[in-house]
Structures are given as C-alpha cells and as structure tokens.
Design a protein around this ligand. Structure first.
Ligand code: RFL
Ligand code: PHB
Length: 399
C-alpha cells in the first residue's frame, strides 16, 4: 500500500472542497482533494446559477474571480410575478449596495480547479473506493484507489490532521459517522422542478420568480444565447411526456401577464426533473472529520442558497483550521458546527419560506392561493417585507 501525508484531506471537488482547498493554500496549509468524477464531468455539471455578494467577494479575494466578473451577469434585483403583474425587488437600495451574480456552478468549478492547479494544488480525479478511518484520533486516514496518478490499481492511504467531507448528498463521509451521533432534520416537498436549457436570447434582464395557480415558474439565464428555466412539476414527472411544444405552452400559460408578456422561445437541449427537500444534519463534525456543503445540508433551489452555503461553510472551516495551525487554537474548530449551523438554519428558513410562498401545494384551495397572493402583495409593497427578502437573497453575513 502506498502512503501519503497531508494536513487536510478533502473528499469532493465541488464548490465546498475546491474553495476550502484554495483558501487553505493561500494560508500556507496543504491539502489533497479526492474526486470520484473526471475533471470534464466536474466542469460540465448543470446546477446552480446565483452567487450571493459574499460568494462573489470570496472568489475575488482568493484570485479566482476574473472570468466571473467579466462573463457573469450582475443583477440588481429580481422580479416577482403574481396575479398577472410584476413587482421588482431592488437589492442595492434595500441592502446597502449589494447585488447577486448569475454565473453557472460548472464555471465556478472550472475557475477554482484552474486556480488550484496553477498553484500546483493536488486534486485527484476519478478516484475510486474512497473510505475514511480513525476519525476520532489525531491522525485520521483516507484510503482510495487512483489508477490515473499511480498507474496501478493499488490502494493509497493518506494520513491527515483533518478530513473535510465535501462530497455532497451522495458522498461517503456522512454515512461513515457512527450511528446515533448525527441528528437529521428533514422536510420533503410534494413537488419538483422541471428544468430546461434552451438556445434563445434572454427573456428578461432580471430573474423572474412567478407564482401561478398552475404552479411556480423561474426564468433564469446562463449566457446571451443560453437560457435556464424551470417549472414546478410532480416529483415523479416523466421527461418523455414533455415535448418542446408542451413545455413552451406550459411556460406561456404560467408566465402570462395582464400586458401580454411572453418568453422568448428556442430549441430545448436539456431537460431534467429535480426533487425538492430541506435537510440539515447536526453536528457537522465527528472527531477530526468536518462536513461542509451539501454533505451536511440540502435546501430547495428556490432561494438559490446551496452553493452559497457551501462557500460559507468552506470559509468558516478554513478560518478554524487556520487558527489551529497559526495560533495553536482549537476553539474555532470546536465552534465550527454551531457557527455554520446558525447561518445554515437561516438559509433553510428562507428557502422554505420562499418555496412555500411561490409554489402551488397539491390540494390547496382558493383561500390558500389568495393568502399567497396577499403575502406577495405585502412583501413587494412594504419596505420591511421587501428588505427581509432582499437581505436574505443577497446573503446574510458570516459571523
Ligand atoms: P457538490 O457540488 O455536490 O460536490 C460534491 C463533490 O463530491 C464528489 N463525490 C466524491 N468524491 C470522491 N469520493 C466519493 N465517494 C464522492 N462522492 C461524491 C462529487 O462527485 C462532487 O464533485 O457539493 P458542494 O461542493 O457541497 O456544493 C453544493 C452545490 O453543488 C449545491 O448546493 C447547489 O448546486 C445547489 N443549487 C443552487 N445553489 C445556489 O447557491 N444557487 C443556485 O442558484 C442553485 N441552483 C442548485 C440550483 C441545485 C440544483 N440541483 C441540480 C439540485 C439549481 C439546481 C437545479
Ligand atoms: C438557476 O439559474 O439555475 C437558478 C437561479 C435561481 C434559483 C435557482 C436556480 O433560485
């Protein structure tokens, strides 16, 4: 068995793992990142699109923000569409100048991988059979197979000071924690999102979140000629029952306004159904294993918080690990879970609230629908209501 030594072993090269690795590197702390997928796959995954102001600031601070600043769309607000009309939430005026940036998650991954490799970072793609041991000792270990680098199929063991479990919802880190340690809080929603990518010009300068009796719609974007749109569907919706014509008819019906607005249509080249749930595990630590990002929590995509939470977890964990090495302190490691969970629970609440206000619930009656319209009317018509939405959407501060 081949053996290696590093300070922080990181499982998963998504936003959480890549950000953690790069922030640590800038503090002079070494890490090895293990990723089960190929670099091409990590750089092609279709997921998030909205970066909070704090995530944008972080990308810039660590020197990975150049392309994002040039190619991303910097949005000052969102449109809430309900009852056939549009109301705009203006972020800068409500949040002291903050905004969001629309920039695809695979581009974030691409820029972070480049930043890591340019600074000779160690990321191993297509690793197999990753497992973790001795988590409650001061030398936790990772074993894996890595044909690409070693050229053989033999097992490599890395001895670490810490392991960061950044391996998303399907990873091995969370399930490696002994039974009874974690408490899992979960809420399933009785609907999903049908997501499409199409070749068309943008339909709107800002994202449109539309509430309609037939169900929610989100109009987002990816580039001047690729658009991202979603409509609320059944969690078990069958993709092959939705022709392009049927999809566009559904978008037109749900997006109709009193003044005859219609989306710009074009060929659809990607269709997916996404399930919706909220999940939080606590604590986000077991011995020397720390969970970050989707490995520890999941939010429904309505509030656009998942990637942004991965980014704030990475910052909080990097700060704690840095204090350990630089100032011989382990109090921030001890507080990591509590500090991260306060922000996570606020984002979980916001995502749940925004989801509940915007979607049609199966079996809901006209009374419920009118309450949702009244809530939207209040949120968009009151400065207090609009501010609460705006400051959560652009992102709350990290403590
Ligand atoms: P990721 O991105 O899932 O990365 C985890 C990585 O770990 C790897 N892995 C393993 N590697 C080695 N060994 C193993 N055994 C492994 N098991 C797994 C995986 O291959 C992967 O590369 O988790 P991370 O880094 O925590 O990042 C979280 C985000 O990906 C996620 O929260 C967001 O995509 C959620 N989300 C959104 N978040 C936002 O902030 N803004 C948005 O606008 C937004 N829109 C969305 C979204 C998620 C969506 N879907 C598909 C659920 C829109 C959608 C449609
Ligand atoms: C996206 O562009 O994929 C996107 C935007 C906003 C959301 C969720 C997803 O709330």
């Amino acid at each position: 068995m081949k053996t290696l030594r590093t300070q922080v072993g990181i499982i998963g090269a998504g936003p959480a793992g890549l950000l953690l690795s790069h922030i640590l590197h800038l503090q002079g702390i070494e890490s090895i990142v293990l990723e089960k997928n190929s670099r091409e796959d990590v750089e092609a995954i279709i997921k998030a699109g909205v970066l909070e102001q704090g995530t944008v600031d972080l990308m810039n601070r660590i020197g990975a923000g150049q392309r994002m600043m040039k190619e991303g769309f910097h949005h000052d607000g969102i449109i809430l569409r309900f009852d056939g009309r549009d109301e705009r939430i203006d972020f800068p005026s409500l949040t002291g100048g903050k905004k969001v940036t629309i920039y695809a998650q695979h581009d974030v991954n691409k820029d972070l991988i480049k930043a890591r490799l340019d600074s000779r970072g160690d990321i191993r793609f297509q690793t197999r059979d990753v497992s973790i041991y001795d988590l409650d000792s001061s030398t936790p270990k990772i074993r894996f197979r890595d044909k690409q680098v070693s050229g053989t199929d033999e097992v490599t063991e890395i001895t670490c000071d810490f392991i960061a479990g950044c391996d998303g919802t399907q990873g091995i880190c969370r399930p490696s924690i002994p039974a009874g340690v974690l408490k899992i809080y979960e809420r399933l929603y009785p609907f999903g999102w049908f997501g499409i990518l199409c070749k068309a010009p943008p339909s709107s300068h800002e994202l449109i979140y539309a509430m309609h009796e037939r169900g929610f719609v989100l109009v987002s974007t990816r580039s001047p000629d690729v658009q991202r749109m979603y409509f609320q569907c059944s969690p078990t919706e069958k993709l092959d029952e939705w022709s392009d014509d049927r999809i566009w008819a559904e978008f037109r019906a749900r997006l109709a306004t009193n003044d005859g607005w219609a989306p710009k249509e074009g060929p659809i080249f990607s269709k997916t159904v996404i399930g919706m749930r909220s999940m939080v595990v606590a604590p986000m630590r077991y011995g020397r294993l720390f969970l970050s990002g989707d490995a520890a929590h999941v939010v429904p995509p309505t509030g656009a918080k998942g990637l942004n939470l991965a980014a704030s977890d990475a910052q909080i964990l990097a700060r704690a690990i840095t204090a350990f090495y630089k100032s011989n302190r382990d109090d921030l490691l001890d507080q990591y879970s509590t500090t991260a969970l306060r922000r996570i629970w606020k984002a979980t609440r916001f995502s749940w609230w925004f989801t509940s206000m915007m979607h049609s619930f199966p079996g809901a009656d006209e009374f419920q629908h009118r309450l949702q319209i009244a809530e939207l009317d209040y949120v968009t018509g009151s400065k207090a209501g609009a501010t609460a939405l705006a400051e959560n959407y652009v992102g709350l501060a990290i403590e």
